[in-house]
Design a protein around this ligand. Sequence first.
Ligand code: FES
Ligand SMILES: [Fe+2]
Length: 425
Amino acid sequence: MFTDLVQPDRVHRSLYTDREVFTREMERVYGGTWTYLAHESELPGPHDFVRRRLGLRPVIVTRDAEGGLHGLLNRCTHRGATVCRDDEGTTARFVCGYHNWTFDSTGALVGVPMRKGYGPSFEPGSLGLGRLRVESYRGFVFGTLNQEMPPLEEHLGYAARLLDQWLDRLPGSRLVVRHGTHRLRYRGNWKLTYDNSADGYHPGFSHASLLRMRKQRYGVGVDMQWTLGDVDNGGQTVTDLGNGHTFLDQRAEIDSYWESSAPMPGEQAYEAVLRERLGEEAERMLDLAVGSGMNLNIFPNLLVIGNQIQVIEPFDVDDTHLIWYATSLEGEGVPEELTALRMRLQEDFPSFGEPDDLVNFEECQNGLSIPEMEWVVTHRHLETGRSHLDENGNLTGPVTDELPIRAFWRRWTELMTSETKLVAR
Ligand code: FES
Ligand SMILES: [Fe+2]
């Protein structure tokens, strides 16, 4: 069925508007592959937890007494109520509010009031909370209900190497995600965000006001001639990383971008630490550390953008939440000014750029409601011969290439048509 709707050069509008498609996605896409849940720094100590979702499934990510990570289905094994109703916290026991069945931080059932009433055949050992398979890569915690998925790092493939590059911009520091969130909500399908996350075609048009403001205020700005003149800027690229993961790389340009600007508060303190730790290398890393120049999209819901993490949370076929998590660096000798600088930079896009995107998403959803206009075009640069295998063996094209969208739909189709049984352990 989906092979008719996902074609090499176009996809059908119903994939964004049909509630049955959405229901299947929430089961098969979210849950059928490794799906981002949380960052380890959000639950640093024993018995810390955060409440999350895997598609529409309520989930708790916990640490047990020994520091082990667990992904638990937030669903009492008695009559189905959620057992955790707080977004985050620390507890050794989850007590269901309905009849007080009690579970520990590994999900085991450890308390049943008036237990004798269930008779001698009652087996608490088999009534623990449903468990996801959970793995963490350098602090990024993923879960799945597909027991056949390869190990997380293998699944991430070259996306893991790019995550390394993103994380290793200041040696000796560690990433911390613990500063609250910036929540946005739009009346549109969740995939509109992923379509957009490696779309280098739209910024010059959709974000023109932000780019103009930056130029006026800081004297720097991305040169938009390439989109306006259809030159497809040679310095920026998009890449298909496999398994639906995609990448928009602006690093080749970011040097000139920052170099031409006046130093920002905090930049000098940061530069001093980098020089001390990296010597010559510091010059290049300074630019990347401030701005990152990376949009790394890990299928289906994790977008690493600038210095932030953005998570897509679908609620309905036309109702999506986007959660931006600011990040900071901790560790010996990490200058305080750096945190302030990163925070100021992280206010930038969610405040002044994301609203442009959200309007586009809502207007796409509105337009896609027209039954008689069936198709969405995805074949930019499919036939121009501009994409090639890069030195890592990944398909790479000019920044306005729609190859990331095509990569997404390939992986999506695999998961939507898969017969693999999904099970909680
Ligand atoms: S539903 Fe949880 S204890 Fe009854
Ligand atoms: Fe955008």
